[in-house]
Design a protein around this ligand. Structure first.
Ligand SMILES: *Cc1c(COP(=O)(O)O)cnc(C)c1O
Length: 365
């Protein structure tokens, strides 16, 4: 064997930190009732139409799924007035971020993004020997001027998470227009819009499909995991140029989206009612939290996603431990080096109130 058994990049690779699963908290803390506000899941549960569709599909799981997810891509193409060849479906948005890295990154290639953002793409970029150029935040916002200043001959991708995770705020149409105008056309601009359905109610939120139409080297990522409530079966998709979609499809994995996932996605897409209810609940829960933070004098960032980032003024690891003891799971900001901040998903109103009560209790101690 020549040298190291494992791929060189693995030695420094920092894996993604997922929210603690409910079952694990129940086991470790002996608590029955656990409220998980750590992974931005849908507190209303899955769409009943998605569940029905899975039940109908169950009898066919001896058969491989459609490798092209044709029916689902057809429905998405209709929805967005694009063509099927503009769409790639993946095993969650997470897999598509990996596929994006596999499609573009040669060793030494660079990706420009922020030092506080969703880290999945960055992990796969590093895995392939690429380099993440992490531009410091401009306060709470992604610094697009800084992005442009950091473009080099090796830059292949620019990653914009909008709304940004974990901060929850959006980059506005004007800010995005500036980036589009300054960015060389041969660099691929990625908009991660996992929270699109929540953010679109803000009139300043950009319509990225219009950008794609005039700028083929654009990738828009969306998911069925959040507003559509089927995180557990894993479906996401990208909207992009036919040329990029074709290259991505070569490495997406033949049967990457399983049969139950395709069925559930078709069911969930039909259920606009469930999605609407989800978004309405989200903004009610956000209001509950914002009101409480203001009463407590806590700094927070105005969110257009299904979570809020709040400064509790105390070490976030300690604070999230205290919440865990009370059966509430959140994400500690220390993951992004925002050491006194918490990222809290919106729950049902009852779950949100439970979080607020625990927050007050801990702050009073
Ligand atoms: C949740 C999320 C995704 C995708 O999640 P999947 O469950 O893998 O579809 C992508 N980007 C961001 C920013 C997210 O928060």
């Amino acid at each position: 064997m020549a040298g190291n058994l494992f791929r060189q990049e693995l030695s420094n690779l920092r894996p993604y930190v997922p929210g603690k699963p409910i079952e694990e908290v129940q086991r470790e803390y002996g608590i029955d009732e656990v409220v998980k506000l750590a992974s931005n899941e849908n507190p209303l549960g899955p769409s009943p139409k998605a569940v029905e569709a899975i039940k109908r599909e169950l009898e066919k799981i001896n058969l491989y799924p459609d490798p092209g997810s044709m029916e689902l891509r057809g429905k998405l193409a209709e929805k967005y007035a694009l063509e099927v060849d503009n769409i790639v479906v993946g095993n969650g948005g997470e897999q598509l971020l990996q596929v994006i890295a596999q499609t573009f990154i040669d060793p030494g290639d660079e990706v420009v993004t922020s030092d506080t953002t969703f880290t999945i793409l960055g992990i796969w970029v590093e895995h392939l020997g690429g380099k993440n150029i992490l531009v410091p935040m401009d306060g709470y916002k992604q610094d697009f001027k800084g992005y442009i200043e950091n473009i080099s001959e090796r830059t292949k991708l620019v990653y914009v998470c909008n709304p940004n995770n974990p901060l929850g705020n959006i980059m506005t149409r004007d800010e995005v227009d500036y980036l589009v105008e300054k960015l060389p056309e041969d660099i691929v601009l990625i908009f991660d819009e996992a929270y699109y359905d929540y953010a679109r109610v803000n009139p300043a939120y950009p319509e990225s499909i219009e950008i794609l139409k005039g700028r083929p080297n654009t990738i828009i990522l969306r998911t069925f995991s959040k507003s559509l409530g089927i995180a557990g079966v894993r479906v996401g998709y990208v909207l992009t140029s036919k040329e990029i979609a074709k290259e991505m499809s070569k490495v997406k994995g033949t049967f990457n989206v399983n049969r139950l996932a395709q069925a559930a996605a078709l069911g969930a897409l039909e259920d606009q009612e469930h999605m609407k209810k989800t978004v309405e609940l989200n903004y009610r829960s956000l209001s509950i939290m914002e009101e409480a933070f203001e009463a407590l004098g806590l700094e927070y960032i105005k969110s257009n996603a299904n979570f809020v980032f709040v400064n509790v003024g105390i070490d976030s690891n300690l604070f999230s431990q205290e919440l865990l003891k009370r059966g509430i799971v959140v994400k500690a900001g220390s993951i992004w080096r925002w050491n006194t901040w918490l990222r809290v998903s919106t729950g049902t109103e009852e779950q949100t109130e439970k979080f607020i009560a625990a927050l007050k209790e801990i702050l009073n101690e």
